[in-house]
Design a protein. Structure first.
Length: 421
């Protein structure tokens, strides 16, 4: 059990009001709020230790380097990596996925190889591989979903072959909320000697992650979606896979030596962390991971499970007015619920909820192919985290009820066509 009341005290922003109402923040799949411990760790770094890392012999630089390296150790512990140097700090999941696609893909793919993506992939995982496939004359195939919002494992079995070199998938979908069966995917991929690249953007912040147990080859996730600062992300790779990669963003800090016709790359992970990194961000991210470990990731998962179960139950009161996407069974989904109000544009609902001080995301959530597959122009997405409560969900349902009552008037409102990715 987690003590939400106590947790909420650590998040200063939750006291903010929007149009006179205390904010209800349900946009956690986009980014999460930051606890005071994370904010303080950044202030402390800049107040006491700020210097560039790995370059100076002076005390400040050595202290900053030590703090930054220790941050890698904390993240290794958080996901049960074998060693801290398998942890590459980067800027977000998008960056992590680009690093793998270019650094592994450009070096190891050959003409005619196949890359298996899923129709529920985020653009951040889909597009880097599509670019690299073009450059290497490799072929992309997409695994479909079933009508009830699960990955179609039969389709996966049909599409995987001896030509498949890479299998990419989200551990949890940022739209459907579906939690995919990692071990089943890994088994099929490894049977044909394909590597497995998992997008952990929506899973790592919300559920225990054990990369050894998962059996995957690479995992990317975003620090800013797990209480850490924006501009922080992580690529974890199994050591032998990281060794197979050619550094693709290169420059300062990626090398041990450079002559005019040769370069000796630095040890892991530095050869993949080019230039001055987000030092304060990395330290803040480690503080976020410590905060989550103190709560316990099992407890985080349990809390969100209860919130989702409660929401789906309360949604039933809205009857035909609401259409919910993704698996019906709350146990098969994470803390993300995408829905539409019948006959209302998703942006209209999002704007109306904002008037009640409720922050949700509307649009296609960087998953256009998935929305097209579902025949949708967009959805409203509520996504939860450790500081959300059932009382907030009650208020959310009340607000949706009011919006439904005003439907006829709202239908005629001009829709602001904002691009939401
Ligand atoms: N993958 C998934 C499943 C996501 O939900 C997101 C963020 N919406 C990303 C990748 C990209 O994350 P970031 O914007 O931090 O790179």
């Amino acid at each position: 059990m987690i003590n939400v009341e106590e947790i909420r005290k650590d998040f200063p922003i939750l006291n903010r009001t929007i149009r006179g109402r205390r904010i209800v923040y349900f946009d956690n799949a986009a980014t999460t709020q930051k606890p005071i411990q994370v904010i303080n760790s950044i202030v402390e770094f800049y107040t006491k230790y700020n210097a560039n890392i790995h370059r100076g012999l002076h005390t400040l630089s050595q202290e900053a380097s030590e703090l930054y390296e220790k941050a890698h150790e904390v993240i290794a512990k958080f996901i049960n990596a074998y060693s801290w140097d398998e942890i590459v700090f980067c800027y977000n999941t998008t960056d992590a996925m680009n690093i793998v696609a270019y650094a592994w893909g450009l070096k190891n793919l050959r003409e005619g190889d196949e890359i298996l993506l899923t129709i529920m992939d985020h653009h951040s995982t889909m597009l880097p591989w599509r670019n690299v496939a073009k450059m290497k004359n490799a072929r992309i195939k997409y695994v479909d979903i079933t009508s009830d919002g699960y990955l179609d494992y039969n389709d996966l079995e049909n599409k995987i072959s001896d030509k498949t070199r890479v299998v990419v998938f989200p551990v949890m979908s940022n739209v459907l909320g579906t939690i995919n069966d990692v071990k089943r995917i890994v088994k099929l991929a490894h049977e044909v000697d394909a590597i497995v690249v998992a997008d952990g953007a929506q899973s790592v912040p919300h559920t225990p992650t054990n990369v050894r147990d998962m059996g995957i080859d690479f995992l990317g996730f975003s620090g800013h979606k797990m209480l850490g600062p924006t501009g922080t992300g992580v690529l974890w790779g199994r050591r032998d896979r990281l060794e197979e990669m050619m550094p693709f963003k290169v420059g300062g800090d990626t090398i041990k030596d450079v002559t005019l016709d040769n370069v000796v790359w630095h040890d892991l992970p530095w050869r993949f962390e080019a230039g001055t990194p987000n030092i304060a961000g990395g330290i803040g991210l480690a503080e976020a991971a410590k905060y989550l470990m103190k709560i316990g990731m099992e407890n985080v998962r349990q809390h969100e499970k209860e919130l989702v179960e409660y929401t789906l139950k309360r949604f039933e009161e809205l009857g035909e007015e609401i259409i919910v996407y993704g698996p019906k069974n709350p146990l098969d989904r994470g803390g993300v619920i995408a829905f539409n109000i019948r006959d209302l544009h998703h942006h209209t609902v999002g704007k109306a909820l904002d008037l009640f001080g409720i922050a949700v995301r509307t649009g296609m959530h960087c998953a256009h192919p998935l929305h097209y597959r579902l025949g949708l122009k967009g959805t409203v997405r509520a996504s939860y985290y450790i500081y959300n409560t059932k009382e907030e969900i009650d208020y959310f349902i009340d607000s949706l009820n009011k919006i439904i009552q005003l439907k006829e008037a709202l239908k005629n409102q001009p829709v602001e066509e904002v691009c939401t990715g």
